[in-house]
Design a protein around this ligand. Structure first.
Ligand code: TXA
Ligand code: MG
Length: 350
């Protein structure tokens, strides 16, 4: 298949988005930018489109898709969106929040991986919203990567994984947030965070919403065989080289990386560290995570792809904190590392 490309701002955006909407309505797949990561979109009301998405990504059919709507209120057409949903929508939508709700019959079982619930998200990215409007149907969209690869935060990442497998890629530049949306389920008392993201637990609580965090968020081994969110049980974002997370600051990270280099003198060892620390890691392949966790979040997936391209033999990185946006970083990177952590509870600091 010949994949079409369109770059936002390079011509007639409205015409290109109208054409992309038409493709989706006809059952084709279009990758598009959102504020979190790029999505691989198909018609959420079509069983056949959902099947195409699973095939294009190489994704297991029991890992459900998020249904994207143009306006928060549109959720009611596809899900039982009463109770706490309207409070969540008012506070955080459009934006990087996905809410799991009981599904209505018009959403095919293939979209929800056979579950009786559906994940609803209203993205804030103007191109994403314009595309949903243009399609005239809700858009089912997982992240636009091959299953097991890091989520794409640029159109180039999408092309690496899906060129030739889908009808069109809309290039809207780099994604603002860089980590996927916060996924929550609704409980009798409030909500449970199944996947942390830029809508943080603290932000939910500050709006008076009782929020707890599923254990598997910080300890993937707790996901079990039938987790609340099927995505929890799949290994994600694993770079080819083994990734080790190191608690206790930059001096400790340097000591661990040096020890690895000493035991394998010919190995190309990569270190992920803050911009201000890069000077300490002379002789290593340095992957600069930026000055803040917000910058790190934006770069993480690109850095993991970069490590693969460079063919490094081992990667060492800081163990993130577990609060605010850092919890989302922690969740993604601990899964990339397959739980490989040194010195998590160590008081060593520098
Ligand atoms: O930011 C995002 O959410 C991006 C953009 C494209 O919107 N999408 C995304 O989709 O990350 P995906 O498919 O890569 O991740 C969806 C996650 C998976 O972990 C899946 O298991 C979970 O949401 N999920 C979807 N529907 C669910 C449901 N009904 N119950 C529980 N978990 C669900
Ligand atoms: Mg994904």
């Amino acid at each position: 298949m010949n994949t079409k490309y369109y770059k936002i701002g390079s011509g007639d955006d409205a015409a290109a988005i109208a054409g992309a909407g038409e493709l989706i309505r006809r059952g084709e797949l279009v990758a598009f930018p959102t504020e979190t990561v790029y999505g691989l979109g198909g018609n959420a009301l079509s069983d056949e489109s959902a099947r195409k998405i699973y095939i294009a990504k190489g994704r297991p059919g029991d890992n459900p898709l998020i249904v994207h709507v143009a306006r928060p209120g549109d959720a009611a057409d596809f899900a039982e969106a009463d109770g706490i949903y309207s409070r969540l929508a008012e506070a955080f939508m459009p934006g990087p929040l996905t809410v799991i709700l009981p599904k209505k019959p018009n959403i095919p079982d293939s979209v929800t991986g056979g579950l009786s619930t559906v994940a609803i998200r209203c993205p804030s990215h103007p191109t994403a919203r314009a595309l949903i409007e243009a399609a005239g149907v809700p858009i089912a969209a997982p992240s636009a990567n091959l299953s097991g690869r890091p989520s794409p935060t640029s159109a180039a990442h999408v092309a690496e994984d899906l060129d030739g497998r889908i009808s069109m890629i809309i290039d809207g530049g780099d994604c603002e947030i860089g980590l996927e949306s916060t996924v929550i389920s609704v409980t009798a008392q409030g909500v449970t965070v199944l996947r942390p993201g830029a809508v943080t637990v603290e932000m939910l609580r500050s709006r008076g919403i009782a929020a707890d965090v599923a254990q598997a968020v910080t300890d993937p081994s707790k996901a079990g065989d039938k987790p609340a969110s099927p995505g929890m049980k799949y290994k994600h974002y694993a770079p080819r080289a083994p990734l080790t997370l190191v608690g206790g600051g930059a001096v400790r990270l340097l000591a661990v990386a040096r020890e690895a280099q000493t035991s394998s003198p010919d190995a190309r060892i990569a270190v992920m560290c803050r911009t201000g620390e890069t000077g300490m890691f002379d002789g290593f392949t340095v992957l600069d995570t930026g000055e803040s966790d917000a910058q790190y979040a934006k770069r993480l997936f690109a850095l993991l792809r970069r490590a693969d391209e460079l063919g490094v033999s081992a990667i060492f990185a800081h163990l993130p904190e577990k609060d605010g946006l850092s919890l989302a970083l922690y969740n993604r990177i601990i899964r990339s590392a397959g739980g490989n952590v040194i010195g998590a509870d160590d008081a060593l600091n520098d």
